[in-house]
Design a protein around this ligand. Structure first.
Ligand code: COI
Length: 361
């Protein structure tokens, strides 16, 4: 595999410091973008080439570009955090790079070398370092690497040209309420992904597939939809864009990776963080009936969602057809908050990085 260098062509006209600070004061999620982006091309027979860091700008695509028709697209999400000494570090970028390669294989796209993925993210963060929010708050710089098929034509086949990009967006809490518990609608008919499908790939199609049930969740007064497995409509899989954890006293359980669940980096990190804190942490099967029963009998003490964007978000209310219940009295649970704090302390550089997860720039 070729590993292209990234040529720096910075903007002559970045946003003023005052405008940037105005945005950083209340960034929201995914609403503002930094001054630059990275682009790298792939062409059959030539491999990866023309790596560039350029001013953030619209890209122009022929209307017959294959991604617009057949959705050959994959993406990632990772964050850069301001450290106490003012430096910047990203969290486990190699995990995202490896998952990006797995997603590429599943969608018949070329695999970007792990070191190129990391270098592309590093180049953007180095250039737009001033956009990384101050140390200590909830904010960070969210990086969105993605790849699209750019061949022009309507034939259904793997494209012979691709474009990889990285853009960055200062991010506050994903949910407007921050750590306020979210409500979940359990969808017992619509499914997100099927066995043998692409549920474990991070591709836009999975998110498109989640939108209708997400809209239905909103009509039930819920913030998020929870999907069950596509065969038995019984086993809890994940939310529209986040993994789930169940807390049984001192034990946390997350649904096992079945092939139709996305292998979240936060999900994986929490298995280790929980064990470090003395909890039992395991992957297993949890049915929606068990979820309801164990909540009602009190053995299931807390439930939380996790993801790069959402960090750890407590679940407060759960609704399914004919039933509704509260998790930990509708308040953030103690274990949830402890795990959240422990993970954020590592990411913000205020706790020791025992697993070597932080990638310092
Ligand atoms: C993430 O947590 O990074 C996600 O990809 C979830 C969503 C914002 C798409």
């Amino acid at each position: 595999m070729t590993t292209p260098t990234i040529e720096l062509k910075p903007s002559a006209n970045p946003l003023s410091a005052a405008e940037r600070e105005g945005i950083l004061a209340n960034p929201g999620f995914g609403r503002h973008f930094t001054d630059h982006m990275v682009t790298i091309k792939w062409t059959e027979g030539r491999g990866w080439h023309d790596g560039q860091l350029v001013p953030y700008a619209p890209i122009s695509l022929d209307p017959a570009t294959t991604v617009l028709h057949y959705a050959q697209e994959i993406f990632e999400g990772l964050k850069a955090y301001r450290q106490p000494d003012g430096s910047v570090a990203t969290f486990r970028p190699e995990k995202n790079a490896e998952r990006f390669q797995r997603s590429a294989r599943r969608l018949a796209m070329p695999e970007l070398p792990v070191e190129t993925f990391i270098e592309a993210c590093d180049a953007l963060v180095r250039q737009d370092k001033a956009w990384v929010p101050a140390h200590g708050g909830e904010e960070s710089l969210y990086l969105r690497p993605f790849m699209i098929a750019t061949e022009v034509g309507l034939g259904v086949k793997p494209a012979n040209e691709y474009l990889f990009l990285v853009i960055a967006s200062p991010a506050g809490a994903y949910f407007p309420g921050g750590v306020k518990p979210v409500s979940i609608w359990v969808s017992e008919d619509r499914v997100r992904a099927v066995p043998g499908g692409m549920g474990d790939a991070k591709t836009g199609g999975n998110y498109a597939a989640s939108l209708l049930a997400q809209a239905e969740a909103a009509t039930k007064g819920c913030d998020q939809v929870c999907y069950l497995d596509a065969v038995e409509h019984t086993w809890v899989e994940e939310l529209g864009g986040m993994n789930l954890y169940f807390v049984y006293g001192d034990k946390i359980v997350t649904p096992s990776l079945t092939g139709s669940i996305l292998e979240g980096v936060t999900r994986d990190s929490l298995l280790a963080v929980a064990r470090d804190l003395g909890y039992e942490a395991e992957e297993g099967r949890v049915s929606v009936d068990q979820w309801q029963r164990d909540s009602e009998n009190g053995s299931l003490t807390e439930v939380f969602a996790c993801g790069t964007a959402a960090v750890i978000t407590p679940v407060g209310t759960v609704k399914r057809a004919g039933a509704e219940w509260k998790q930990s009295g509708g308040e953030p649970g103690e274990v949830t908050l402890r795990l959240r704090q422990a993970l954020l302390d590592i990411q913000r550089g205020t706790a020791s990085d025992a697993h070597g997860w932080m990638h310092r720039l």
